[in-house]
Structure formats: C-alpha cells, structure tokens
Design a protein around this ligand. Structure first.
Ligand code: N01
Length: 521
C-alpha cells in the first residue's frame, strides 16, 4: 500500500544519458512530474563514463545528435567527422543547460531497487544514498553498454600498479608516460585506446583473445561544405537516416544486390573505395554480406589482405587476422590501429590458447610467462543490454524479480515492456534495434513512443499498462526469427551475451530499424 509520507512522482527516470535527458524533456513538456536519478556526477551516460584515451563515437557527428530541436541542431557545431568523447560530453552538457534539465536530475544517486505495488499501481523506488519515493511509472534509461564487465582474475588485489576499465575511466585520467602498460581486450574500446596509449607509454603489451575486423574511420575535421548542406536540410536528412536499416548513413550508397552476383574484381573495387571512405558503409555495398558465408568471405578476406599489407611482421599480422564472419561481432572503426603494431614499443600477446592465469604484484601471467606492468587496462566490454537492468533489484507483480524472469535470456515486448512489470518502460531495451541502430535515433523513437503512451493513459484515465504474455512470446520469437536469417548468431559476440561467463546465449537486439518503427505504430 502506498505510504502517504513518501513523495509521489508521475515518473521516475533512471539514468541521465542521452535517453534519460530526452525522456525528461518530453515528459516535462507533456506536464508529467518527473525525477531523474543518475549515479554519475554529471549528464552524458556512456560518454560520462567512457573517458579512455581515443574514445570516439563511430557514428558521424552530424548524425549522432538529437533531432528534436531544430534550434539545437542548427546552433551546435561539431569539429570532426566523428565526435571525440570530450566533445560529445560538452554537447550533452550544453543540452542539459539549454533545456534546463539539471533541476530535475539527482546526481550521484543510484537506483538500487524498485518494486511494484499492485494495489496502488505504483513503483516504490529505492536509491543510494538512502531514499524512497513512489512513482506511477518507471522508465529505465540505463543504457545498453553501461554495466562494465571486468574478468575475475586471481591476484587482482595484489597487483601494485594501477588497474582501470575503459568503461569506468578515472576522471583525472591516467598518465602513461614512461610506463609499461598492458591492455586486455581488442573490441571497439581497445581498438580506439591502443594507438593512443602506444604513443604515450614506454611499452605496451596488448593481450588479444579474439582478433577483430577494423575499418579505418578516416576521421578528420568536419567537412564544412557537408555541414552547410546538411544543416540546410536537416529534417530531410534525419528522415532519410530513419529510413535506413541501421538509422544512419543515408549519404552512402547501400547496395541492393548480392556480392555473389558480382565478379570478384567488382567486389574488390567496391570494398577498396569504401575502405578509402571509411566507416560502417564498408560492409554495405552488397545486400548479403551478413546473410551468406560465401559473400561474407569476400569482405573478410579483403580486410585480412589489408592487415597483411599494413603490419610488417608476418607473424604478428597473422595473429591480428580475424577468422570469424565479418560483422557478426560489432565492426570496429579505427585510426591507425593495425599500424600501431609496427611500433617498436608495442607487443601483441595471444591469450586465446593460454588465458590470463593470474596477476602478480608486478604484472600479468599468461602462457606460463609473467609480463611486468605498471598499468593494466581492461577493455573487456560490458554485460550488454541486460546488465544495467538486472543489477537493480526490480520486482514486479507478486514480487517476481526481473533478474529471475530473465535468467534464461531477456524477454520483452518491443524491447519496451516486460510481462509482470506493469508501468515499467525500458528505453532501447533488449528486443529493440538499439545497438544495431544509431543509438540516438533509437532513443528518440522510444522516448516519443513512451511519451505518447503515457499521454494516452492519462487521457483515458488508465492506471496501468502491461504487455500480454502472447504479445511478448510472439515478439521474442520474431526477434529470434529475424536474427536466424542472418550470420549474426554465428560468433561469440556480446549481442549474444557470449562475452559474460554464464550468461544465456540469446541474440538480444532486433535487426532492422524501419520495420521495427512500423510495428510500433
Ligand atoms: O567491448 P567488447 P568494447 N581475457 O565486448 C576481450 C560500443 N562501443 O568495450 O572477443 C581476455 O567489444 C574480448 O575478447 P573476445 C560498441 O558497440 C562503441 O570494446 O570475447 N580478453 C574482446 O576482445 C562496442 O561493440 C564505441 O574473445 C577478454 C574485448 O575484451 C561495445 O561498446 C566505442 C576477456 C571486449 O570487447 C563494446 O566494446 C567503444 C578475458 N577474460 C565501445 N574478457 C564507439 O562508438 C573479454 N575480453 C566508438
């Protein structure tokens, strides 16, 4: 029963990243009393925590930004083709100031539990530092990649040097000058950090378990002519991107034919041009790179050839050549990643056969050998898509726990709602395009949907909303059926939860933004 001594809000939003900020803006404009809780001391979410050297968005600046305010998108000036973390964080702060969002955000306040009271149809939300309040609706804007995954390794407490995770980077940074540094992990974070750390450190040892495909970002100062052109037609540009499979990249050509129908020379020419252009469109020249192993092999072999051309030591080049299907783990974009392995101060250590055994006070042991280090950087990723939700003790009808309900993998309707958890919304939750789309576009679509839904409930005088079992079951089946038409499920990616020991292997995001939007309408 609702305790009348505790405050009641219309909505509590968890997280003040790009999702939480826009959710607050929309709810406030629609007249809902709203409080946002944020564990960090500032806005920005993923861009607040991921301050590692080289951190940069892989989506172009002109696209990785809010579209809801014409004034905002006209006045903000990006400096590079892809925005670096400090610039994105400045942008997030600018948005918070411009729309006066901070007054409803409680910083350094972590939501640790939320339970649904069936009699009042309200959520009791508990925070640390200690506090409780009631909310009619609870919106999780906790991000898809925000629960850091640090491996448990014997001896971690005894290492006398510094340890950092890329996703929880110290605010004051780390001075690598003159130091012996180890980086564990070669996903997007490692691929971005390694070239920058290599320039500063005395020695850098990269511990690689799986080599990754990486395409040159071809980053540089923002093309002012392009900026003028985009700003002159921003709404049309945004609309064109929303029609794209991944809600981005409309200014590039996306091929509609099979790579198997083209000659090898044609395919190579196309890949070569796209390698020069840089970015994710590399793999978009043909429509079956992620559907046919034979087609995929053409793009994969192209990248392996480039690696062998770039890396001078043939043994190192071979170690860097990925063997899995290209694109089924998230494609990386880089600035001089493979070139970095030509530096005399950089060494690559393969830990695929001999996992990291332990840390000692002086360093890291693998393959029976100790590597002495002053700093160890874990670029080991995240408990993606579910971790930031299941680490909160969320209890729905009859006290059921989200963590238990999802013990066999996440189950949602539209990635927005969960059976047994009325009045709970998950922005870019599992089962929605989220990480397979431009995140900001996916966020805006979800936030708009949730706002419309709450306005509808208010207008109709409804106290609660919940997905039905049938709708959720059908949705989970739909997400899996789409994934099974592609090569995505064929390798050990975080999309499948395969990076976290013991996590059920379930393909979590929905492939394809435009058909998803249609289903939501
Ligand atoms: O994490 P990852 P990430 N011993 O999971 C290795 C987004 N992002 O932080 O592949 C040794 O991709 C692991 O090896 P393996 C983007 O969506 C975006 O790099 O599991 N190694 C892998 O090499 C991205 O995909 C941007 O065999 C271990 C690495 O650590 C997502 O975040 C920038 C290990 C983890 O790679 C996650 O990227 C950065 C162990 N015990 C991130 N455990 C931009 O937009 C794990 N690994 C730019």
């Amino acid at each position: 029963m609702t305790d009348s001594t505790k405050p009641v809000q219309d909505v509590v939003v968890v997280g003040a990243g790009f999702a939480g900020m826009y959710m607050l803006y929309r709810l406030r404009s629609a007249g809902f009393s709203t409080i946002v809780f944020e564990a960090g001391s500032g806005v920005g979410g993923t861009w607040y925590w991921n301050r590692y050297p080289g951190a940069r968005c892989d989506v172009e600046s002109l696209e990785y930004s809010y579209s809801f305010s014409e004034e905002l998108q006209q006045e903000w000036e990006w400096t590079e083709r892809y925005p670096a973390q400090p610039e994105i964080l400045r942008y997030a702060n600018h948005v918070a100031d411009r729309f006066e969002l901070r007054k409803d955000i409680h910083f350094e306040t972590r939501v640790v539990a939320a339970s649904f009271d069936e009699r009042s149809s309200r959520w009791l939300v508990r925070t640390e530092p200690g506090g409780e309040l009631w909310a009619r609706f609870l919106v999780m804007a906790t991000g898809c990649l925000s629960s850091a995954n640090t491996p448990t390794i014997d001896g971690m407490d005894g290492f006398v040097g510094e340890i950092a995770h890329t996703g929880r980077w110290p605010r004051d940074g780390i001075d690598f000058c003159g130091k012996r540094v180890g980086v564990v992990g070669t996903g997007s974070s490692g691929v971005q950090a390694i070239p920058v750390i290599a320039e500063q450190a005395a020695e850098l040892v990269v511990f690689q378990r799986t080599p990754n495909y990486s395409i040159p970002a071809q980053n540089g100062p923002l093309d002012l002519e392009l900026e003028r052109e985009v700003k002159a037609h921003y709404p049309e540009f945004r609309a064109a991107n929303r029609r794209m499979h991944g809600a981005l990249g409309s200014r590039f050509r996306y091929g509609q034919t099979s790579a198997l129908a083209a000659s090898d020379e044609e395919v190579q020419r196309d890949l070569d041009e796209r390698w020069q252009i840089g970015g994710f469109a590399f793999i978009a020249g043909y429509n079956d790179f992620l559907r046919s192993r034979e087609a995929n092999a053409k793009a994969a072999e192209f990248v392996r050839r480039r690696i062998r051309e770039i890396v001078r030591d043939p043994a190192v080049a071979e170690l860097l050549c990925p063997k899995q299907v290209i694109g089924c783990k998230r494609l990386c974009l880089d600035t001089h990643y493979f070139e970095t392995f030509n530096r005399p101060n950089v060494r690559l250590v393969d830990v695929s056969e001999h996992p990291i055994e332990r840390l000692t006070s002086r360093g890291l042991v693998t393959g029976g050998r100790e590597y002495e280090l002053d700093v160890i950087v874990f670029a080991t990723g995240f408990d993606a898509m579910t971790g930031s939700l299941t680490r909160i003790d969320i209890r729905g009808r009859g006290g059921i726990r989200l963590r238990d309900e999802w013990s066999g993998g996440p189950r949602t309707y539209l990635g927005l709602g969960v059976v047994g958890f009325p009045n709970l919304f998950t922005i870019t939750g599992p089962g929605s395009p989220s990480v397979l789309a431009n995140m900001i576009v996916a966020i805006e679509q979800h936030v708009d949907w949730i706002t419309d839904c709450l306005v509808y409930l208010r207008r109709g005088g409804y106290a609660s909303i919940e997905a039905t079992v049938e709708a959720q079951d059908a949705w989970v089946e739909h997400v899996n059926a789409i994934a099974d038409t592609t090569l995505y499920p064929t390798c050990n990616s975080w999309y499948l939860g395969a990076n976290v020991p013991g996590k059920p292997r379930v393909f979590m995001p929905l492939i394809g933004f435009p058909p998803y939007v249609e289903k939501c309408n």
